[in-house]
Design a protein around this ligand. Structure first.
Ligand SMILES: *Cc1c(COP(=O)(O)O)cnc(C)c1O
Length: 408
């Protein structure tokens, strides 16, 4: 029996069968199918396959070895529920978790008690005690942050752990060139800091034909050669697929864990993780010339059938999928026509047999037959945005869970 669940903020416990039993404010229904309780009431059912996430992590871990493979669970594990995803990955052996915000780290900390939890966005001024008290590792992004963390270490009289980020081409976070020069000239600035590693972030690893990634690696090598020895970390998900020269000591995959293709243009090596099913509310016959939805943006060229599905842009179904998205009903593909509304989409189901439409009351809106990357391509965006936009109105159902490795 599968368990259903919630986003972070609720708590879960693994029962003897290895299934997640959910409790908390958004606790879902536990049932053998999608037609009970919360799932029956909701406009959409989002199923999240924890086994697929764990298998994806294991694949990335094996590709990263001998480097350690961390897990990036920022933005609520890319929308999939960090409070449930991170403990599943910890049970599979993940020892380091990266989030973006301090608030995310504070929420995650008690759920992965044995793991390192690091904050990519750095050491917030005036919050040093929060990192200290909760044993959270800041990624230090400039000399000021290094100075403040060192002062905190002096106050408590023991070394404090941190990663140090060096910018090699993002111009976003991390030490800039003058910062790097100052640190190289005076490494005692790091006294009192237990350096967990030098880190940098790739700008264009998803484009294999561009020289940016090797250039960043060379800059990272040159920078770290001027600094005290510490572990090094460079690769995000696409970076891991550049091979052994890019994995260094610690890799930081995010999107690939959640099934987004880390090798765009090539076959997706990751397992599909989510299935979003939207409830079909009506199927109607329309005549040639009838218009569909706001702005009369779609006009029927022939008589046919329109299905109305209870998911809209308020659920993260981006408006850019108006007239370009697809849904899959009983294995049959149908085009999303007309504009995406706040709470509804409309699909042209003229070519789907009547018997199928009578049988099915859910349409696959995202999933194995219409992957996140396909929706992203149709919307002119990236899979990351499709995932992190997923809304809160779905019934969430988690399947699978931590399995002792020996049993696999
Ligand atoms: C988000 C992020 C990652 C993970 O990137 P993916 O492309 O999702 O694998 C790794 N490192 C840093 C610094 C990040 O901001």
């Amino acid at each position: 029996m599968a368990a259903s669940g919630a986003r972070s903020g609720s708590t879960g416990q693994w029962n003897e069968g290895g299934h997640l039993v959910q409790s908390g404010p958004r606790a879902g229904i536990t049932g053998p199918d999608d037609h009970n309780g919360e799932a029956r009431r909701a406009g959409g059912v989002l199923t999240i396959d924890l086994n697929a996430i764990v298998e994806n992590w294991r694949q990335l871990r094996d590709l990263s070895a001998p480097a350690e493979c961390a897990a990036v669970v920022k933005a609520d594990a890319y929308g999939l529920g960090a409070a449930i995803v991170a403990p599943a990955l910890a049970a599979a052996g993940a020892k380091t978790f990266f989030v973006a915000q301090l608030t995310e780290a504070l929420a995650l900390r008690p759920l992965v008690p044995d793991a390192r939890v690091a904050v990519l966005n750095g050491l917030l001024p005036g919050c040093e005690a929060d990192y200290l008290d909760a044993d959270i590792v800041p990624v230090l992004n400039d000399l000021g942050e290094i100075h403040r963390w060192r002062a905190a270490a002096r106050r408590v009289g023991r070394p404090l752990p941190a990663f140090v980020h060096i910018d090699t081409g993002m111009s976003r976070l991390g030490l800039d060139r003058p910062g790097l020069d100052s640190l190289a000239a005076d490494p005692t600035r790091l006294d009192g800091i237990a350096n967990q590693g030098w880190m940098t972030h790739l700008a264009y690893a998803d484009n294999r034909d561009h020289p940016m990634t090797p250039a960043q690696r060379d800059r990272f090598d040159a920078a770290t050669a001027r600094l005290p020895t510490a572990p090094r970390s460079l690769a995000n998900s696409p970076g891991i697929f550049w091979g052994a020269q890019y994995t260094y000591d610690l890799t930081r995959p995010g999107c690939a864990l959640y099934g987004v293709n880390p090798t765009p243009g090539a076959h997706n090596p990751m397992r599909n993780v989510i299935r979003l099913a939207g409830r079909i509310r009506q199927v109607r016959h329309v005549d040639a010339g009838d218009t569909v939805g706001y702005g009369a943006a779609h006009q029927m060229a022939r008589p046919g059938k329109i299905a109305t599905i209870a998911i809209g842009y308020a659920d993260g179904y981006v408006r850019a999928l108006s007239g370009s998205g697809h849904v899959v009903i009983g294995g049959h593909r149908a085009a999303v026509v007309g504009r995406v509304s706040m709470d509804l989409i409309t699909a042209d189901v003229s070519d789907i047999p009547e018997a199928v439409l009578e049988r099915e009351d859910l349409a696959e809106v995202l999933g194995p037959d219409y992957p996140v990357d396909a929706a992203a391509a149709n919307a002119g965006t990236i899979g990351y945005e499709i995932l992190t936009a997923l809304g809160d109105r779905y019934a969430r159902r988690y399947v699978g869970g931590p399995t002792p490795e020996a049993r696999l």
